[in-house]
Design a binder for this molecule. Structure first.
Ligand code: GLV
Length: 347
């Protein structure tokens, strides 16, 4: 068996395998929900990295050779090197995520490769997780859990793990896209005042519906009791929250990041948390994921989730199907239903 064959998983087995030779070849870089994989396997020969860990770079470079499409995850860096190794047949890169900062979009554009993502289907799950983190950090749920498990709970105590109230306090949302809006809607139920910043201000009617007030970024950082990040990672948002911004936050404020790790200078955050300059932080994403900034795990005022934003069964199934449909459209020369770089129309 060749090196590629050993890593290749063509599904379903049996009857399907008799007729696969004429089918386009694609790479699926990790085990994804069956619903998506089956759709792809009906129409393609699937090379798949079958281990439940990100595909190592050398395997990615080997397995992508000659494929027409790549269905990848946010953990895979799909850059020029990958596109060159894949070769001229590569037509589509389908990311099973809403964020696609792992793909070199400019290079894909130059090569006429369409790139798809999975917006919309993960909005509610990600907004829910954001609130789970807000609640967990400000009501000290994780610290409480540690106390219970370690047998240190000696009964109700008037001063035990006192957290923050929500009603009447200010939630600051940075990035008012789909997820930011869904987080804002939930804030109404908690009786919070919502302020937001986004390079694109919402229509007045929508601001009214969400009870959200537009403010400049630095005003938001200085006023919010909870600063929630929901912006994409771009050159402009890299280290959007650094030492300076952290020093502008209220001493009793919390930072919540459910966007991308590098939006926050994680070392600066660790220092601010250690020095108690802000009340706490809850993170779902990390600057050098899966690694954490030195010292972060030692702190009690931070809640750390392993990038779970969209991690509900239904949502991940929908994402897999959507990513599969984007891939299949690209393979057959159509623009994927959710395409982040649609080719310019001629004429
Ligand atoms: C998750 O982080 C996503 O971008 O879908």
């Amino acid at each position: 068996m060749s090196e590629v064959d050993q890593q290749t998983c063509v599904r379903p087995q049996g009857e399907f395998q008799k007729s696969v030779s004429g089918l386009p070849e694609v790479l699926v870089t990790r085990r994804i929900p069956e619903a998506g994989l089956e759709l792809v396997a009906e129409q393609c020969r699937v090379r798949r990295w079958d281990e439940d860990r990100p595909i190592p770079r050398d395997r990615l470079l080997k397995l992508c050779e000659g494929v027409e499409g790549i269905l990848c995850l946010l953990t895979d860096r799909i850059d020029r090197e990958v596109m060159v190794r894949a070769g001229p047949k590569l037509k589509v890169i389908s990311v099973m995520a809403v964020g696609y900062d792992n793909v070199d979009l400019a290079e894909a554009g130059r090569r006429g490769i369409v790139v798809g993502n999975t917006p919309g289907v993960l909005t509610e799950a990600t907004a829910d997780l954001t609130w789970a983190l807000i609640l967990a950090v400000s009501r000290k749920i994780v610290e409480g859990d540690r106390i219970m498990r370690s047998g240190r709970f000696s009964g109700w105590a008037p001063m035990l793990l006192l957290g923050a109230d929500f009603a009447g306090r200010t939630l600051g949302i940075v990035g008012m896209g789909r997820i930011g809006k869904a987080v804002a809607k939930r804030a109404l139920g908690f009786g919070m005042h919502v302020i937001y910043f986004d390079p694109q201000r919402l229509e007045p009617a929508l601001e009214q519906e969400l009870h959200a007030q537009y403010v400049p970024l630095h005003e938001l950082i200085a006023k919010a009791d909870f600063v929630c990040l929901h912006c994409p990672l771009t050159e402009q948002t890299h280290h959007l929250i650094g030492e300076r911004e952290l020093s502008m936050m209220k001493p009793g404020a919390y930072l919540v990041n459910v966007s991308r790790g590098p939006v926050v200078d994680e070392q600066a955050l660790t220092t601010a948390l250690r020095q108690g300059r802000i009340a706490g932080a809850a993170l779902d994403v990390y600057e050098h994921e899966p690694l954490l900034a030195p010292g972060l795990v030692e702190l009690n005022n931070v809640v750390l989730a392993p990038h779970l934003g969209s991690a509900s069964i239904e949502t991940r199934n929908k994402m897999a199907v959507m990513a599969a449909r984007n891939l299949l459209a690209g393979i057959s020369g159509r623009v994927p239903p959710y395409c982040v770089n649609p080719p310019a129309r001629k004429g």
